[in-house]
Ligand binder design. Structure first.
Ligand code: PLP
Length: 391
């Protein structure tokens, strides 16, 4: 790879912020102790872990840092939340989620269905939105948990989590949200929004891969998913990964400071991308609600061409984007998210997700404008579906 990559795939993963890297290094070199040790060399590191916990708690508006449990990733947080809810309510055999969740939830719920749980799969509308009423109508006395994503990883569409949380609290139903894509991109204030559990992941907000967190509201019964040592107040065993936790803490601190830039700089750059593509390429369709969505995500379908082919050609030009979630980009199945939105089959196959970050520049978007129209035009020339006037 000689040319510099134009990285427009920040919903798949993000670059580690330079400040985060710097903060982490001493814990990979000199300060390598185990905080559970009796000696000071290890024991004194506990202080840094607790500082990091406070930063994560602050980013999501938790009441106390002890509501934050460090995990290995968003997937673990999701799995831990659901299995804890089911263990806490063994007689409740009904669970609720949506059709557009990330595989971390989707596949867990498919497994539950196979094990005999009854799953209600909530539909979304053509813009990817979910109405709170649809959620409330689905809950029953035997509902063990409702799990809904805060923001969709493919379209960026935001579910009305505040209204849903308030309504479910009033009905006494346990509520988990997969906020992996939302944390650090939009404000989250759990002191005002009564969700019981929330998942987040470090590598989506400029911390390294391999660290995540689960928020568990004070007073919510929690059954550990990974059992062993007494780490994380007996809620998540495994030797404390101090460097990764310190990194997540610093990333959370920075994310809180950068929320304003997400809402202004990143949003404006994303809108510039969408407008610029629309001006240069005919036959495109925007996927997902135009305003109820993350500031960094654009999902665009290019009629008559395969998303996979666009991705490969963009990649040859040094541009990294994605077709749906990274986890599904190795399969040729069209996106389950776009299908749930009842988009025509061929548009589900033709969609590209561009996801930006505070590190994305206007110059990079301008380079996309230089390269993308030619790629689409060339692919349309060889596509049997392209109408003559567009060749
Ligand atoms: N949930 C959502 C919405 C995601 O986008 C992802 C990652 O793409 C995950 C969960 C899984 O997070 P992790 O990669 O940290 O396991």
């Amino acid at each position: 790879m000689t040319q510099k990559t134009i990285y427009l795939d920040n919903n798949a993963t993000t670059k580690v912020a330079p400040e985060v890297f710097e903060k982490m290094v001493p814990f990979l070199t000199d300060l390598y102790g185990n905080p559970s040790s009796m000696h000071d060399f290890g024991g004194e590191l506990g202080e840094y872990v607790e500082k990091a916990r406070a930063h994560v708690a602050n980013l999501v508006g938790a009441e106390t840092p002890s509501e934050i449990i460090f995990t290995s990733c968003g997937t673990e947080s999701d799995n831990a939340a659901i299995q804890s809810a089911l263990k806490a309510n063994p007689l409740k055999r009904h669970v609720v989620t949506s059709k557009v969740e990330h595989p971390a939830i989707l596949n867990y719920f498919i497994k539950l269905e196979e094990e005999g749980y009854e799953v209600t799969w909530l539909p979304v509308d053509q813009e990817g939105l979910l109405k709170p009423e649809t959620v409330f109508q689905a809950v029953r006395p035997d509902t063990a948990i409702v799990s809904l994503m805060w923001a969709n990883n493919e379209t960026g569409v935001l579910f009305p989590i505040h209204e849903i949380a308030v309504g479910l609290k009033a009905r006494g139903v346990l509520f988990h949200t997969d906020a992996v894509q939302a944390v650090g991109k939009v404000p989250i204030d759990l002191s005002a929004t009564p969700v019981d559990m929330l998942s987040l992941s470090g590598h989506k907000l400029h911390a390294p891969k391999g660290i995540g967190a689960l928020y568990v509201r004070r007073g919510t019964l929690f059954h550990p998913f990974i059992v062993g040592g007494h780490q994380e107040r007996q809620r998540r065993a495994g030797t404390t990964p101090v460097p990764s936790i310190v990194a997540l803490g610093e990333a959370a601190r920075l994310a809180a400071l950068n929320l304003e830039r997400e809402a202004t700089y990143v949003r404006e750059l994303r809108d510039y991308l969408e407008q610029g593509v629309a001006e240069r390429v005919p036959g495109i369709y925007f996927m997902g609600h135009r305003t109820q969505r993350l500031p960094n995500t654009a999902n665009i379908s290019f009629a008559y061409v395969e998303g996979e082919a666009i991705l490969l050609m963009l990649s040859e030009e040094g541009i990294a984007a994605s077709s749906g979630s990274a986890c599904s980009s190795d399969s040729l199945e069209p996106s389950h998210v776009l299908r749930a939105m009842h988009k025509p089959f061929e548009l589900c196959h033709a969609s590209i997700r561009f996801s930006l970050s505070i590190y994305t520049t206007k110059e990079e978007i301008d380079l996309l404008f230089e390269r993308l129209p030619g790629i689409i035009a060339n692919l349309r020339k060889i596509s049997p579906f392209t109408p003559d006037e567009m060749r």
